[in-house]
Design a protein around this ligand. Structure first.
Ligand SMILES: *[C@@H]1O[C@H](CO)[C@@H](O)[C@H](O)[C@H]1NC(C)=O
Length: 487
């Protein structure tokens, strides 16, 4: 506890000395506190896909609490299979982001010296000078790789999942775990770190072996499944490589909300506003988020922005996700239907095995991918859909939007399908039930708000996607001869 100034009054030492001693000791206590508790910023809720998992999900129960209340729907229902889609943990900025940051940094270093004290912030600091002097610690080799905090994200997620579903993650099932991953380093490494977390769960205190030596083997790469967006020709032509597809993102970058921030930042940093643009502003904002997530420090980059700026920059990030990965274009979500079908094929197989009284051959399937993997799938299922599209012109009206990527896909975000088998079911149909969890919280069905449903009903609801969505057709580019690749 920090002592208030009033307790100093009665101190027997000379007041000034007492104050100095008290200040010093309270300072060191603060340092101590900060190393134990995560450093937060008022901007943290607005980092979008660069949000730390714990900031998006405050008050996560620890593994011990989960162990005591291990998941059961009702007494008669037990989980028999878990299919989990997991976004990689905290990562470094990409080489592209680092290049932009370097550009901004050079701009600050080459600016004219601040005139007559203007440009000083509320504390009288010249923020531009502070930032120009501060060395950039990002290097090209980092290029989007998983950081140590990201490994920790995965190990802790593994521990919580194993505690929540002890039977599924039992020692006996260890050899039957199936891990599938995107080819990106950060995803492969996330799978490895997850396995190390599971090892800790079963062998506390013992160092984990190399994943290659683990019973289940290392994660297997499958980009067709985890990076379906790279393999969908129609998506690539109509959205990814189409310069006009992200019209609203570009329009918002040049709109009044961004212009206001540009002017403000130019004044704060004492650089000509013409040398700045929305991309550089965004990279400064991301640097605040990276410094916080990777190093656990609140860097001076955070001081460039206030909460209102952060909300605008969050919207810019969400706009991009909306038009590229969400409801903006139908192909964004349709391109994920192979992944959706794959999840149901796993559950179908488990149901068939249970019906034949056989053990479930793959009780746990873990798939490591990206925010770009999860968002289209959630959109395909109808989640986080706003009545009005997100556009460059309705920032104010979208203040309370559902489509907020920081809440949906922070680092280490996860979507779990839990298949339950119920012993005392009255009808065969009631024997199998499904519950979904998003970021470890129950995700009610998009169409009924129920927290659990019969497996058959879920399949009926999504039968269009399960039966009629074939990526070979969905992803065929209109300009291409659609029959040629079928032959
Ligand atoms: C690019 O996007 C625009 C806007 O959605 C669309 O009208 C146009 O057809 C797209 N171009 C291609 C080549 O698909």
């Amino acid at each position: 506890m920090l002592r208030g100034p009033s307790s100093l009054v009665g101190a027997s030492v000379a007041p000034a000395a007492a104050l100095a001693v008290a200040l010093l000791s309270s300072l060191s206590r603060c340092d101590l506190l900060e190393s134990e508790q995560p450093v937060v910023s008022v901007l943290s809720p607005y980092f979008g896909t660069k949000t730390r998992y714990e900031d998006a999900n405050p008050g996560l129960p620890d593994a011990e609490v989960l162990r005591r209340g291990a998941e059961r729907l009702e007494d008669a229902c037990t989980p028999v299979q878990l299919v989990a889609l997991i976004r990689h943990g905290t990562r470094y900025p990409t080489a592209k982001q680092i290049a932009k940051l370097r550009h901004l940094h050079r701009l600050l270093q080459s600016r004219a010296p601040a005139l007559g004290g203007s440009g000083a912030d509320d504390d009288g600091r010249d923020l531009g000078a502070v930032l120009a002097r501060r060395p950039l610690w990002y290097a090209d080799w980092m290029d989007g790789q998983l950081v140590e905090k990201g490994r920790q994200d995965m190990r802790q997620l593994a521990l919580r999942m194993a505690s929540r579903f002890p039977a599924l993650f039992s020692r006996e099932n260890y050899g039957r775990l199936r891990l599938i991953t995107s080819s990106k380093h950060r995803c492969v490494d996330s799978g490895d770190a997850f396995l190390q977390g599971l090892w800790q769960h079963h062998h506390p205190g013992l160092p984990a072996p190399d994943v290659a030596d683990m019973e289940c083997g290392p994660p297997r790469i499958n980009d067709k499944l985890m990076r379906f967006f790279d393999h969908c020709e129609k998506f690539l032509t109509e959205v990814e490589k189409n310069t006009t597809a992200l019209y609203h993102v570009e329009a918002f970058k040049n709109g009044p909300e961004m212009q206001k921030i540009l002017n403000k930042v130019a004044a704060t940093l004492q650089v000509p506003v013409n040398n700045l643009n929305a991309d550089l502003i965004q990279v400064a904002f991301f640097t605040c988020s990276f410094d916080l997530a990777i190093k656990g420090v609140k860097s001076p980059w955070c001081d460039v922005f206030d909460v209102d700026d952060a909300k605008v920059l969050e919207y810019l990030n969400d706009l991009k996700q909306y038009w590229k990965r969400g409801y903006g274009y139908t192909i964004n979500s349709r391109s994920s239907c192979t992944l959706f079908q794959d999840i149901f094929q796993h559950m179908d197989k488990a149901v068939a095995e249970k019906q034949r009284s056989q053990p479930v051959s793959s009780p746990v399937i873990l798939q490591f991918g990206h925010a770009e993997t999860l968002l289209p799938l959630l959109s395909l299922m109808g989640y986080f859909k706003d009545k009005e599209p997100l556009t460059a012109y309705n920032y104010k009206e979208q203040t309370h939007r559902k489509f907020r990527s920081g809440h949906i896909v922070p680092y280490a975000s996860n979507l779990m399908f839990v298949l339950y088998h119920c012993e005392n079911a009255k009808t065969p149909k009631e024997e199998f039930q499904v519950q979904m969890l998003l970021n470890e919280k129950v995700l009610p069905l998009a169409y009924s708000q129920e927290t659990v449903c019969l497996y058959e009903d879920l399949k009926t609801h999504y039968k269009d996607i399960l039966q009629d969505c074939h990526t070979s057709e969905e992803c065929a580019s209109p300009k291409m001869n659609t029959t040629s690749d079928e032959l």
